[in-house]
Design a protein around this ligand. Structure first.
Ligand code: FAD
Length: 487
């Protein structure tokens, strides 16, 4: 039955917000409003149904701000955002019961655990004859829309992106709604409904989120402003600027895309008219996000399993001390420590630093990529199930379209190319600030006199390196060879 049937006209409709915490270009919300019926806006934090991975600490902090921002927007329009905790099927079933809702609108999700959760909700609501209306709203193209001629998913980014671009531009983004007719929600809920304790999303003892607060403002308005600023100021130098670690050369849109404050169609629309390499490369990065989600859709185990089974027998090292030093930015290798401290302090890390720090963990330290993936998951404000796993497997050489394992990033060469004056290292590792651009990448190679002049005592004011870079590289290559022998 259609949700527009006349007998149902006054039955409210539920709009179930998930990783799409915005009002503009929200096809599910748009169509719910179009139905002419009162709208119930709801968010449910369900970490129980369908095995969805709990959010990490930094993402929880972000979610707190994101929900507050969306609620404020809805308040301004005369409504509110309801937030509940607990199993989504029961929670939404009760909400439908209490409100007499006739339909539930939401976007498609592409992660297996999330889809399982959705199915459990839809099954439950079917018993109440609540119509389910799903729309595509979180990617430029649904994963099924881009396939090879034989119908299989693409396994190489270049070919995938070429085929995706050939489909033509994605639909234009939808404008923000001018008006929403809201369902008037009760002031008291029955005990069976568990309101989300939003303040519990914030860290308390200790409150490690000071740096995040200083750097970020979650929400749609901030996301739109960042997009506008980026297109006006940084896009023209993006191709080189995005790699310069001390510069603000990339968009920093990742958490806004992750939580859906900004939609990929809005990003596309903002740059679609711009010609030249910089815009082309930037559109390609949006393409990488699409490709990552495409990959996760077809390989749901991606965050847990090597996509190349050959690596299942890899003898990873277990060394708690090394892992802790890496997490804390105390490896004694300044470029790595700079990246890891930026991550801890701000919940975000420069893309090049992500590659360098991940490579050191997996190759030089020979630690399983899943250990690093889990740390990033907990500490990144943009921690994304697809982007994080695809990129970790890319660096580790265990994924599709990955760098081969034997190609080991040299942290020192990376400094020469992408932080030649040492400004990025100096900013995040201030105890080395008096070293010159040439000296700072490898303090262990300096004379006692140079170190003394810069106020550095290795092992005291700054750690000795926890791994010899040449030795670590060789150990990684030997471990790779061993997997080939045992096959
Ligand atoms: P920009 O350069 O401005 O790019 C614009 C957008 O394109 C990004 O916001 C992002 O949505 C997308 N994008 C850019 N690079 C990539 C990429 N390599 N793969 C997929 N999408 C990309 N990105 C995340 O969003 N979440 C993660 O959890 C995540 N984990 C990563 C882990 C590792 C080990 C590595 C090497 C990379 C990871 N990335 C992740 C990808 C990339 O580092 C970030 O998307 C980027 O640094 C975000 O900064 P930006 O928004 O300024 O990017």
């Amino acid at each position: 039955m259609s949700p527009h049937a006349s007998t149902d006209r006054e039955k409210p409709v539920i709009v179930w917000f998930r990783d799409d915490l915005r009002l503009a270009d929200h096809p599910a919300l748009h169509d719910a409003i179009d139905s002419g019926r009162p709208v119930i806006a709801v968010y449910v934090l369900d970490e129980e149904t369908g095995g969805v991975r709990p959010l990490g600490g930094a993402a929880r902090w972000w979610l707190h701000g994101a929900l507050a921002a969306l609620r404020a927007q809805l308040n301004d329009m005369g409504g509110t955002l309801l937030t509940f905790a607990g199993p989504a099927p029961e929670t939404l079933d009760r909400l439908a019961d209490i409100s007499g809702a006739g339909a539930l609108y939401c976007h498609y999700r592409y992660q297996k655990e999330a889809r399982d959760q959705d199915s459990a909700v839809f099954d439950r609501l079917a018993g109440r004859r609540v119509e389910i209306v799903q729309r595509h709203g979180t990617l430029l193209r649904a994963p099924d829309a881009v396939r090879t001629k034989t119908g299989t998913p693409y396994r190489v980014f270049g070919a995938y992106w070429k085929a995706a671009v050939k489909l033509g531009p994605p639909p234009r983004p939808l404008a923000a709604p001018g008006r929403i007719r809201f369902w008037s929600s009760p002031t008291h809920w029955p005990k069976t409904m568990r309101p989300l304790d939003e303040d519990a999303l914030l860290p308390r003892k200790p409150n490690w989120a000071g740096g995040l607060e200083a750097d970020w403002t979650p929400g749609e308005a901030a996301g739109r402003e960042i997009l506008r600023d980026f297109v006006t100021h940084a896009l023209a130098h993006y191709d080189t600027g995005r790699n310069e670690m001390a510069a603000e050369g990339s968009s920093r849109l990742s958490p806004y895309l992750r939580f859906g404050h900004v939609s990929p169609r809005q990003v596309w629309d903002a740059v679609s008219h711009i010609k030249g390499t910089d815009a082309e490369v930037f559109r390609g990065e949006i393409g990488w996000r699409e490709f990552a989600w495409n990959t996760l859709y077809h390989a749901p185990d991606l965050p847990h399993r090597n996509l190349k089974p050959r690596f299942d027998i890899m003898r990873w090292r277990r060394d708690e001390g090394d892992v802790r030093a890496w997490q804390q930015g105390r490896t004694g290798i300044p470029i790595v420590d700079a990246g890891m401290r930026q991550l801890w302090e701000t919940g975000w890390m420069h893309n090049r630093a992500r590659m360098i720090t991940a490579s050191l963990l997996v190759k030089h330290l020979l630690i399983d990529w899943r250990v690093g993936e889990a740390w990033f998951w907990d500490t990144l404000v943009d921690a994304d199930p697809a982007n994080n796993a695809v990129n970790w497997q890319w660096v580790a050489g265990t994924g599709i379209e990955a760098t081969p394992f034997f190609r080991v990033f040299s942290p020192l060469r990376q400094c020469e190319r992408f932080d030649p004056d040492g400004d990025y290292m100096r900013r995040w590792v201030p105890e080395l600030a008096k070293l010159t651009g040439k000296e700072i990448p490898a303090p262990w190679t300096l004379s006692q006199q140079s170190l003394r002049q810069a106020g550095v005592t290795l092992g005291k004011t700054y750690p000795e390196p926890i791994v010899d870079l040449d030795g670590g590289r060789q150990r990684a290559l030997d471990a790779l060879k061993a997997t080939a022998r045992t096959r």
